[in-house]
Design a protein around this ligand. Structure first.
Ligand SMILES: C[S@@+](CC[C@H](N)C(=O)[O-])C[C@H]1O[C@@H](n2cnc3c(N)ncnc32)[C@H](O)[C@@H]1O
Length: 205
């Protein structure tokens, strides 16, 4: 990894995710998480304060050392044990059926092979375990989609591989997860190409 990706991108993500990714949306995504949780793309830990009382342990998956370092204060401030247990959502170091819940917020845009990561999430969730997500992706409107396709090459370069045009619900279904709650909307205050959100829950078979 180069200097930009290692030192600059995690700081950019920390600021952008702290500013645009609203705490209310994080709280909605985290509501109902229970038991042992795997959080894919932990970043600098902006979800930690939203873990509900039923969460007993979180296994954080995060490739950026700096992101994990920046999370230290949040991790220290919670009563929930949080461990950095892996570096890559595409290859999770856990047995099948290990987790009660999984959490991903604004991450499936960035993982190189999002489909592979979702298959891993399905594998490590116990049957009936639930993935909680809030993700940005392909907008419903063709006019916004055109801008997303135009901007995507630049976005990928400046924002650590972030894609704008991933069809989140389709990816979840293709991985064999059953979507049980889905709210699709534009995030208030965010530019539409970046703010086409999918928030919900999907269950492992
Ligand atoms: C836009 S940030 C979101 C961070 C955090 N989830 C949040 O909501 O603040 C995307 C995160 O995905 C992480 N990431 C990138 N590639 C990954 C991979 N292969 N597996 C897991 N996480 C990855 C990045 O390091 C970054 O922390």
């Amino acid at each position: 990894m180069g200097f930009y990706r290692e030192q600059v991108v995690p700081r950019l993500i920390d600021v952008a995710c702290g500013r645009f990714a609203s705490p209310k949306l994080r709280a909605r995504a985290c509501a109902g998480l229970t038991g042992r949780v795997v959080e894919i793309g932990f970043g600098s830990g902006h979800n930690v304060g939203h873990y509900p009382a039923g969460v007993t342990r979180v296994d954080a998956i995060e490739p950026a050392d700096l992101g994990w370092k920046m999370a230290a204060g949040r991790v220290a401030a919670t009563a929930v044990p949080v461990h950095r247990s892996g570096l890559d959502g595409q290859s999770l170091p856990f047995d099948d059926d290990t987790f009660d819940s999984a959490l991903s917020t604004w991450t499936f845009c960035t993982i190189p092979d999002a489909g592979a990561a979702l298959l891993e999430v399905k594998r490590v969730l116990r049957p009936g375990g639930t993935l909680h997500f809030v993700e940005h992706g392909l907008a419903p409107d063709p006019g916004v989609q055109r801008w997303q396709h135009r901007f995507e090459p630049i976005q990928k370069r400046v924002a650590g591989g972030c894609h704008l045009t991933r069809p989140i619900a389709d990816l979840l279904r293709a991985a064999g997860l059953k979507i049980v709650v889905l709210d699709e909307f534009y995030e208030k205050g965010a530019p539409k190409p970046l703010g086409a959100l999918s928030l919900g829950h999907a269950v492992a078979p």
